[in-house]
Design a protein around this ligand. Structure first.
Ligand code: GDP
Length: 304
């Protein structure tokens, strides 16, 4: 229900466009497919993924020449859910962390402004609510505001935070955070990192160093590298995914601001293109406005 609410804008526009694409047609012909292609591309599904979806639909229409537009919704829904399944996306429904890592270390990456800090705060809230002991690490030492913002979320969620002054070594903050977390017997550690996309080599060096220093405390940390992307930025989000996956091994994605965009299709495109599961979606600015991404709910919210 909240998902529907959060995605209202994506939903209505995507669905409206979709309806227009097939309006007045009694069967799926080239015209319908052309319109559909346009709708998918303009909803930020991305060209490659759009062509993949169109091809799949074409193949299904070819086997049954009289597929009407009523059935098109069903086919689209199946094909999109199928595409997401291939990237192993969206099978979880709860905020859960593997029990085997104590603590479970999540390194969060992404450029400034995408909603990185907010996502960390929302995750801290959810994990805490699930009874986990959470520690935050303010390793984005490049901007004073980043440290202050994370502190605000730490206060709001009543979760301990480890920080140093602005300009200090991010790797050193990460090290301190892990040490403190181990001492406190924490279940989850969430480390914020600097969001500068200066150049690929610098980014890679920075993230590699943070990882290496963390491993002095916990040899297999980080257990998860979560890339945060702003879902309302369309092709920029694709570009950022490209750069970050080239710089480090990204294991999961959080796509934010899906409440404020008509372009929710970006979730479909990015998970398909990068074969990385979208784990969380942001649907508002509040503490509770983060959801575990569920592909069936997501697709259904478009076609209801
Ligand atoms: P950071 O620079 O990446 O750490 O970004 P912040 O976490 O500070 O977020 C930037 C802005 O985006 C803030 O005003 C947040 O409230 C807002 N924001 C973050 N996530 C969402 C979301 O899912 N939906 C909406 N509407 N706003 C969001």
């Amino acid at each position: 229900e909240t998902l529907d609410k959060g995605l209202e804008k994506s939903k209505s526009t995507f669905f409206d466009k979709l309806s227009k694409a097939v309006a007045g047609k009694s069967k799926v012909d080239d015209d319908v497919l052309d319109n559909l292609e346009e709708v998918l591309v303009s909803s930020d599904v991305g060209v490659n993924t759009t062509l993949k979806i169109i091809k799949r639909i074409e193949a299904r229409v070819a086997t049954d020449k009289y597929v009407g537009t009523d059935e098109l919704n069903q086919i689209l829904r199946e094909e999109i859910a199928g595409l997401l399944s291939e990237t192993n996306v969206g099978n979880e429904t709860k905020f859960e962390i593997p029990e085997k890592n104590t603590p479970h270390v999540i390194m969060v990456v992404g450029v400034n402004g995408v909603g990185k800090t907010t996502t960390i705060g929302k995750l801290a809230f959810q994990f805490k609510k699930a009874g986990k002991k959470v520690v935050l690490g303010a390793a984005d030492t490049f901007r004073a505001a980043a440290i202050d913002q994370l502190q605000i979320w730490a206060d709001r969620t009543e979760v301990p935070i480890v920080k140093q002054s602005m300009g200090s070594d991010p790797a050193s903050v990460a090290f301190d955070t892990l040490e403190s977390a181990v001492k406190q017997n924490a279940d989850v550690v969430i480390i914020d990192t600097a969001g500068r996309l200066h150049n690929k080599v610098n980014l890679m060096n920075e993230l590699t160093k943070v990882k290496r220093v963390m491993q002095k405390v916990i040899p297999d940390a980080p257990h998860e590298v979560l890339l945060v992307l702003d879902g309302s930025t369309g092709q920029n989000a694709f570009e950022q995914a490209k750069q970050f996956t080239a710089a480090t091994e990204v294991t999961s994605l959080a796509v934010t601001k899906l409440d404020g965009t008509a372009k929710g299709g970006v979730v479909i495109g990015i998970s398909d293109q990068f074969q990385i599961p979208v784990k969380y979606i942001g649907v508002g600015e509040g503490m509770e406005d983060l959801q575990v991404f569920n592909k069936f709910e997501f697709v259904d919210s478009f076609f209801k």
